[in-house]
Design a protein around this ligand. Structure first.
Ligand SMILES: [Zn+2]
Length: 237
């Protein structure tokens, strides 16, 4: 058993290791130390990053000089939210129709604004029901196309020589809750979000690993990458 001892002499507990940040926190003195260069950390990371299988949603087509990855954005939460938005819209539509008939124009205007707000939410969720993304990778270029509905970063293209790392990340993003993304780091160390429409970390990692394999990219640790939910039980071997 390899034990991790803090500078203060305290033994760091398994639950105080943060894989995603590559750090460990001492429960005694409260100091944080970087552990991402430790051989046991790298071994554990490699083990945790292994995928049992590529999720059915991610379609990967590998040819000799071209890699194509396709997936649809659909997820149960967006379908449910869209359903609720539809029911609200129908209810408010009838409410506003009645207000108009009764010549209650203040109520009519108020309901109309409400319908517009619901339609905006409806539209955002609609994208998560019908949009699809295609990633096309050749030795020279990485291309990402999403549609048919407009979205951020709809058409993205970058020379593969600019890419130094790709990784899956997971963070809180307000109304959308936990968001899973695919991030890229260029040769200058700048981070760019490649795909922000993923819901499962397995999906993000399947894409990450396929791109890395095709481009022969080193699987280097990045602070903030998704490895496993943190904190988690860690076995020092
Ligand atoms: Zn300590």
């Amino acid at each position: 058993m390899e034990k991790m001892i803090c500078d203060c002499g305290n033994e760091i507990k398994e639950g105080d290791v943060f894989m995603n940040r590559g750090t460990a926190k001492c429960s005694s003195c409260g100091s944080t130390c970087e552990i991402y260069n430790e051989p046991w950390f790298l071994a554990r990371r490699k083990e945790l990053k292994k995928l049992a299988e590529v999720p059915a949603k991610i379609l990967i087509n590998k040819e000799t000089d071209k890699l194509t990855i396709k997936f649809s954005w659909i997820n149960i939460f967006s379908v449910l939210q869209l359903g609720v938005a539809c029911l609200f819209s129908i209810g408010i539509f009838f409410g506003s129709y009645k207000a108009y008939q009764d010549a209650d124009y203040v109520a009519f205007l108020f309901l109309l604004i409400f319908v517009v707000v619901i339609l905006i939410i409806f539209f955002a969720q609609l994208r998560f029901c019908i949009n699809k993304t295609t990633i096309t990778l050749t030795a020279d270029t990485l291309k990402i196309d999403s549609g048919p509905l407009p979205c951020a970063n709809q058409h993205f293209s970058i020379a593969t020589s600019e890419i130094s790392n790709v990784f899956a990340a997971r963070y809180s993003a307000g109304r959308r809750g936990q968001v899973t993304t695919l991030e890229m780091i260029n040769n200058d160390g700048e981070k760019t979000t490649l795909i922000a429409s993923l819901y499962s970390t397995d999906e993000a990692r399947a894409i990450e690993l396929a791109i890395k394999e095709f481009l022969n990219l080193e699987d280097e640790f990045v602070v903030g990458e998704f490895i496993a939910p943190a904190p988690f039980k860690f076995m020092f071997a």
